[in-house]
Design a protein around this ligand. Structure first.
Ligand SMILES: [Zn+2]
Length: 383
């Protein structure tokens, strides 16, 4: 089995890989890279696209789906597969991150999308593709891709230690393409959640918590044990995630539902509240955060960033200027989580995605089969 690393290798963003088949290529994810411009914004996919048989999407974050309109604009006519939740979230992500001209010419093709459920096994281009819940967002999945001789696992984004979402175990494989977003960060999620709780408690005048609409928002709500507000536009999506049934850990839905019901609705033009205020996105690039981050900075209203800050994003600039704090709320594996995934998979050859080269080098002593030299643009054979 031969695969092409199309994006997210030695870098964060534009995550994408292709499995080559005699009948054509099967693509997994098609992200964009926030902070990049030109060709580097999109996966490194050169030449015609008419040999792409199918695109499977793991979840609707921009670094995994943001280039879908771009591929459609290049003339892609193959199959598109994702879960119902990813399908529901995709238009909002494309609205925030797709090239406006691409999106106008090629809006999200909802009628063309084929749905699958997390846990389903798909058969495409002679591949048997098993899926499992990712623990990262509602409807998010990992893929285990077999050709009869070898098995490749593409984790996409997973969270082994989520307080909110369930992750299904990763099966044994010959090559593990895993979520290395946090490099060798050893601090467990529960410790980070406590630190975030303490930071919020120390700011009784209120504070801004920028967060992606899907996934991390629920992790934050689980970590805030005091009154808070949400940007009113977020509420329908938050409520839908709380009601996502089997995606959530047993017992947590009641807590989240109760907290969300008690949360205030904040609307554009309201004064900034004397409580924590959740707004999306997580980096000030799109959504209400694009307005709220500068407003908070201008009024010296405390801001806590809790996720990845792409270079040149408003969040990164604010943090660099000392006008925002940052504590990671893990929505990707920390060191122990990735080592456990790799060991359960049988200590296979491994390639990390979604982090810079230095973070891969830091992981190498812990995941000894790691091919830390792999970069976007490379092709590799599953051993
Ligand atoms: Zn993600």
């Amino acid at each position: 089995m031969r695969i092409d690393l199309l994006g997210g290798f030695g870098e964060k963003g534009r995550t994408s890989l292709a499995v080559r088949r005699p009948s054509g290529r099967v693509l997994f994810d098609l992200g964009i890279k926030v902070g990049a411009s030109g060709a580097e914004y999109y996966p490194a996919l050169q030449g015609p696209v008419d040999d792409i048989e199918a695109v499977l999407i793991s979840h609707a974050h921009e670094d995994h789906i943001g280039a879908l309109s771009w591929l459609l604009a290049k003339g892609f006519r193959g199959r598109i597969l994702m879960t119902a939740e990813t399908k529901a979230e995709a238009p909002a992500t494309l609205a925030g991150y797709a090239d406006p001209a691409d999106l106008r010419g090629h809006p999200f093709p909802a009628g063309r999308v084929e749905l699958f459920m997390p846990g389903d096994t798909l058969r495409i281009a002679g591949l048997e593709i098993a899926t499992g819940r990712s623990g990262h967002v509602v409807g998010g999945v990992w893929f285990a891709i077999g050709d009869g001789a070898r098995r490749l696992v593409y984790c996409a984004d997973v969270v082994p230690e989520s307080a909110v979402f369930v992750m299904d175990p990763i099966p044994a494989c010959d090559l593990l393409v895993f979520d290395a977003s946090y490099g060798a960060d050893p601090v467990p999620g529960a410790k980070r959640a406590e630190a975030i709780g303490r930071w919020i408690a120390a700011r009784p005048q209120g504070c801004l918590l920028p967060t992606p609409l899907f996934g991390r928002s629920l992790e934050l709500i689980a970590a805030i044990d005091r009154p808070f507000a949400v940007h009113a536009a977020m509420r329908p999506a938050l409520e839908a995630q709380v009601e996502a049934g089997p995606a959530l850990s047993p017992g947590i839905a009641d807590t989240l539902r109760h907290r969300l019901a008690g949360a205030g609705d904040w609307r554009d033009g309201d004064p900034l509240p004397a409580t924590p205020l959740l707004c999306d996105d997580g980096m000030g690039q799109a959504g209400p955060s694009a307005q709220l981050l500068p407003q908070a900075a201008a009024q010296a209203y405390p801001v806590l960033l809790t996720g990845h800050l792409p270079a040149n994003s408003p969040g990164e600039r604010l943090y660099a200027e000392g006008k925002a704090d940052w504590i990671r709320m893990p929505t990707h594996p920390t060191l122990a989580g990735n080592v456990a995934i790799w060991e359960k998979a049988g200590r296979p050859a491994a390639i990390g995605h979604s982090c810079p080269p230095a973070d891969l080098a830091a992981l190498k002593p812990h995941i000894t089969t790691l091919r830390d030299e792999c970069r976007t643009g490379d092709s590799v054979t599953v051993p």
